[in-house]
Structure formats: C-alpha cells, structure tokens
Design a protein around this ligand. Structure first.
Ligand code: SF4
Ligand code: SF4
Length: 376
C-alpha cells in the first residue's frame, strides 16, 4: 500500500508555499517591500518633497503679492496651497459648511487641506504631523541639528512635560470655543470681510515683515527646539492637538508582538514622541504620529507593526503608508480643483484693489472683544 511519510508531507508543503511566494502577483505591497529593501529613507523623502512644494508655493505667492502691490503685470497665479496656513479660517469654513452646506468661497483650499489633514490623522494616527506638515519637518530638522551639535537631545522632567503638553489643548479649546459660539451669519460676515480676504497676505507679512516680538518668540522656539525634540509641536501647536484627537480615535495602531520582541529598546530610543514603545503591547497615545520610525528601527522581525483594525494581516510598511498619504493628497486636491472647491473667487484686480488698503483699520483682525460683542 502506498503511504505518504510525515517528512514528505512537510517537504511538499514547504515547496508549495515557496512556489506560491515566487508566483505572487505584482502587488502594491510587494513594490513597497522592494523599495524598503533598497533602504530608502521614505519618510524624509516625502517630508522633503512637501517642504520643497511649500517653499515653491511661498515664493510664488510672494511674487504674486509683490506684483499686485506694485501694479506690475501679474505673471503668476495666486497659489491656493498657501491657504494651508489658515487653519482657523478653515475651521470656521467647516462649521459654516456643516450648518449651511455652503463652501467657503474666499479661501476654499484651506478647508480642503484641513479636511485632508484630519482624514489622514484619523486613518493613520496623527500622521499629518510626521509625514506632511512642513512646520513639523522643520521642527524635526532643528532637533536633529541640536543632537548633532550637542551630542544629544534633552528631556523635560515628566511632571513638567505633562503640564506643558496640555498647553496645545488649551489653545485649541480657546479657538474652538470662539468658533463654536459664532453664528453662521457671523461666519459669513467674517468670510466676506476685508480682513479674511487678505488673511493669507497677513500671514506672508508675518514672516517677511517680522516684528521684533515675532522675531524674539521665533528665536526662542528655535533655540528650545535644538534642545528638546519637537518643542513647538509637542507643547504649543493647536493644529497638532486637533490631529492628536483624531489620531487617538484612529483604527490604526502600533502593536508590539511580545513573542518576537527581544527587549532591545531601540524603539524607545528612536521614538520622536518619547513613547515607551517597548513597555506597551499597543500604543494608544494621542502623541503617536504613525511615523513608523520605531518599526523601521526594530531589529526583530515581526515584533512591531503599524496595523489597522479590520484589515487583519496588513501591517503597513513605511513606503506603503507614505505613498498612500501622497496619493490621497493628490487625489483630494485634484478632485477639489476640477469641482471648483480649490481656487478662491477673488479676481486679480479685486485682490490688487484690496491690497492697497491693507494697512487700513478695517483690515485688522477682529479682536476678542469684538467677537464677544458680535455674539450678543
Ligand atoms: S516612533 Fe512609533 S510609537 Fe513613536 S510616534 Fe512614531 S509610530 Fe508612534
Ligand atoms: S525595537 Fe523591537 S525588539 Fe527592540 S524593544 Fe522595541 S519592539 Fe522589542
């Protein structure tokens, strides 16, 4: 009688699974794994691309404003991407849209960019901060420079760190409180008002015509960022606080497989958010940015994964995550552009006209007392 031995069966299974591996179709995950094999620093590449694009947008906007202000021929268009720096306007826009169904006609791209940031931070844990935000990239560059110059970065004592981290939530709470208290009519009035129409120019002047106070505050922040990792992002950025709340609700988490972990603590040493990765089975902290630096640094195969609930077996690789975020951004901006939700409606001539009176009292930001009076 013909009998199959146990070893033969094992050998058969091994050959079968190896053949299946070799015959795997050309998949996105396989490409991503291949890129990882080349050892490309994927997150810095995406951050660098976004930073370069932001610089390009900033230069184009500077030229546009300069040409409009000097009555020269306008040879470039007003880049809508600059509205990414108007998060308060974007929050007002979203409230107005949710209550009335009307999209902000003045700075529509601000709403698109905030929507994108919230979406990726919900899907992939505050990932906007680690993968996309140009301020986050600069902040990371500064602490890395600090580490190079000083030989290390420092840590604020734990009790102090906790208190300081709450500052960004207090700031966010303040902005949300003011915006939530505004009635739709007041938001519409603000959006059509002269201040908001040139809010992006005010933002440009904030950097190009810096006051002494701004210069001092920025210098202190840069100096502190040399010593402490992501000082601004960790303690003071209300935008990051908002992303952290959505990140906390995210179905995607860093999961540590204790069976594979060797306890080397490379993840703890690498984590820019100073999280004790090696001591947790799952990272739930709102400070986790899904940067994947811990996963990349971990030498034990299968010990750390960034995985999404419901997508069992799919552990994100850094290239797959970065490419997904980039494709999402391109897709969202493209869709917003062709459907008329990206470019503001203010014409070049109207813009130039308003720019002439930018120093007028009406162009000042409505202060807190004005907003309070409007609420009554
Ligand atoms: S290193 Fe890991 S735990 Fe730390 S922020 Fe990045 S993804 Fe989260
Ligand atoms: S780097 Fe990997 S193996 Fe080392 S402690 Fe962290 S999870 Fe464990």
């Amino acid at each position: 009688m013909f009998a199959i031995k146990q070893q033969d069966l094992k050998a058969y299974h091994q050959i079968y699974s190896e053949t299946r591996q070799m015959a795997k179709p050309f998949t996105y995950a396989a490409v991503a794994k291949g890129i990882k094999g080349f050892g490309l620093p994927f997150r810095p590449i995406i951050q660098g691309l976004v930073l370069l694009a932001t610089l390009g947008i900033g230069i184009q906007f500077y030229i546009y404003v300069h040409q409009a202000a000097t009555n020269s021929m306008v040879t470039v268009s007003r880049p809508a991407g600059v509205e990414g720096f108007l998060p308060i306007g974007a929050l007002m826009g979203w409230k107005y849209f949710l209550l009335t169904g009307q999209w902000d006609p003045v700075h529509p791209a601000a709403m698109v960019i905030l929507g994108f940031a919230v979406l990726i931070s919900f899907l992939f844990r505050k990932s906007f901060c680690a993968w996309f935000c140009p301020v986050g990239t600069l902040s990371e560059g500064v602490w890395k420079l600090g580490r190079l110059l000083l030989g290390r970065n420092y840590q604020i004592p734990r009790y102090m760190d906790g208190i300081l981290r709450s500052i960004k939530y207090v700031l966010l709470g303040f902005f949300l409180w003011v915006i939530l208290a505004m009635r739709p009519g007041q938001i519409a009035e603000f959006q059509q008002g002269p201040y908001y129409q040139l809010a992006d120019v005010k933002m440009l002047y904030f950097f190009t015509q810096m006051t002494r106070l701004t210069f001092i505050v920025l210098s202190i922040l840069i100096l502190l960022s040399l010593f402490y990792k992501n000082f601004w992002c960790r303690y003071a950025c209300p935008y990051g606080a908002l992303m952290g709340i959505f990140g906390f609700l995210s179905p995607t988490r860093i999961v540590r497989n204790q069976g594979h972990c060797t306890g080397c603590r490379k993840c703890d040493q690498t984590c820019p958010a100073l999280l004790p990765v090696s001591k947790k089975a799952v990272i739930r902290s709102p400070e986790c940015t899904g940067c994947m630096d811990c996963v990349v640094a971990c030498p034990a195969q299968g010990a750390l994964d960034l995985s999404t609930k419901g997508l069992t077996g799919l552990g994100w690789t850094a290239p797959a995550l970065g490419t997904t975020i980039l494709l999402l951004y391109i897709g969202i901006v493209f869709t917003a552009n062709i459907s008329g939700y990206w470019q503001g409606r203010l014409s070049d001539s109207e813009f130039a006209l308003r720019l002439r009176s930018i120093q007028a009292p009406a162009m000042r930001h409505p202060d807190f007392n004005t907003l309070k009076r409007q609420k009554k």
